[in-house]
Design a protein around this ligand. Structure first.
Ligand code: ATP
Length: 357
């Protein structure tokens, strides 16, 4: 297993803005690091540079103490798992899994033993004689994983490997990958635009936008203390509500004025300057409390999910989305009161979008 280190890594295609522009990123040995971001943010290009499939415009990639910029993919001791599995259709499962060893001239007996070991681990031992077309999507993905694992690579690179699977299989494979990582303790870099995959599997997540890493932190930190408005809006379903507000400081208190409501909150700890001026207030749907407070609204949309309702309310000035788990069945057109939990507010600078406090 290896530690991966990137410094001042840049990839520019033609005259476009950089597709990747990362100052510093250290992926720890045995870490499951996810590159998360919307389409076009540069996550695949970053992964492809790690794999050696794309040449950096400038900067350095190191595996442990070794600079790998100039090495071919085959010399990097990496294994890559793709979205489309890329299995050889004419080979059996056993031949597909064993192929990397065959290419290296590993003797047949040793190969067979190792294939059996990997197949048992991935629960594909009863499929070894089948061809890829005789397998389900999830089974094919496990074969692709097996082929990646057989060489004990220093780094695993995953490029949206679950996006072709249906919802149930995706959830199953997420679970399998979590178990596999716990067992193998491999250094894994996983690219996805799916925040559920990122949140459930990762040791840390690097949230990317326009080629840059906006925040690198554990899933909990990303959710609870998003560094920017972009990260806050990208992670969490339904998305965080944003409200443009004006803050007037008054000693240890800050009075937040947003047109339809006024809210007094304690100045957050550890701030260098008091909260004041125009800013963007963020609040997650689960932190808006229905039936509390005195602010009034009307329910405009109700989505029932069995154990909870996702409710849109119209305050007369804006719409807010909230999550109700009370069990009470709300209806469109209902008049309600609501309150924002003051201890769960996020503040972002109105101009830069950076977190305050
Ligand atoms: P997706 O989730 O859609 O795959 P991504 O975050 O992986 O997106 P990249 O594929 O890394 O994004 O692309 C980043 C940017 O670089 C995009 O603007 C893309 O159009 C551009 N790009 C990627 N590959 C090339 C290429 N070979 N030539 C020119 N531009 C490219």
């Amino acid at each position: 297993m290896a530690t991966v280190r990137l410094s001042t890594l840049k990839k520019v295609f033609g005259t476009n803005a950089p597709a990747v522009d990362v100052d510093e990123l250290k992926i720890e040995n045995g870490e499951f690091l996810t590159l998360l971001g919307p389409s076009g943010c540069g996550k695949s290009t970053l992964l492809r540079m790690l794999a050696g499939l794309e040449t950096p415009t400038s900067g350095r990639i190191m595996f442990d103490e070794r600079i790998v910029n100039e090495l071919d993919p085959a010399e990097r001791n990496i294994a890559m798992v793709f979205q489309n599995y890329a299995l050889y259709p004419h080979m059996t499962v056993a031949e597909n899994v064993g192929y990397p060893l065959k290419k290296r001239g590993v003797p047949k007996d040793e190969r067979t033993a190792r294939i059996a070991e990997i197949a048992a681990l991935l629960k594909i031992d009863m499929l070894l004689d089948r061809k890829p077309r005789q397998l389900s999507g999830g089974q094919q993905q496990r074969v692709a994983l097996g082929r990646a694992m057989i060489r004990n690579p220093a780094v695993y690179l995953f490029d949206e490997p679950l996006s072709n699977l249906d919802a149930a299989l995706r959830s199953y494979m997420r679970n399998e990958l979590i178990r596999l990582h716990a067992k193998l303790r491999g250094t894994m870099v996983f690219v996805t635009h799916d925040q559920v995959e990122a949140m459930t599997m990762s040791t840390r997540i690097a949230v990317m936008e326009a080629g840059c890493i906006q925040q690198l932190a554990t899933p909990d930190e990303i959710y609870e203390r998003p560094a920017t408005k972009f990260v806050a809006g990208f992670v969490g379903t339904p998305a965080m509500n944003f409200i443009e507000a004006e803050v007037v400081p008054d000693g240890a208190t800050a009075r937040i004025k947003a047109g339809d409501f006024t809210l007094d909150v304690t100045q957050p700890d550890g701030m260098t300057a008091p909260l004041q001026g125009p800013l963007t207030l963020g609040i997650r749907p689960e932190h808006i409390l229905l039936g509390q407070g005195t602010d009034k609204a009307e329910i405009t949309v109700v989505e029932s999910l069995g154990n909870e309702q996702i409710i849109t309310i119209d305050t007369g000035r804006r719409e807010l989305v909230l999550r109700s788990t009370s069990g009470e069945k709300h209806r469109i057109g209902e008049h309600v009161t609501y309150a924002l939990r003051p201890d769960r507010l996020h503040f972002f600078a109105a101009d830069t979008g950076r977190r305050i406090g």
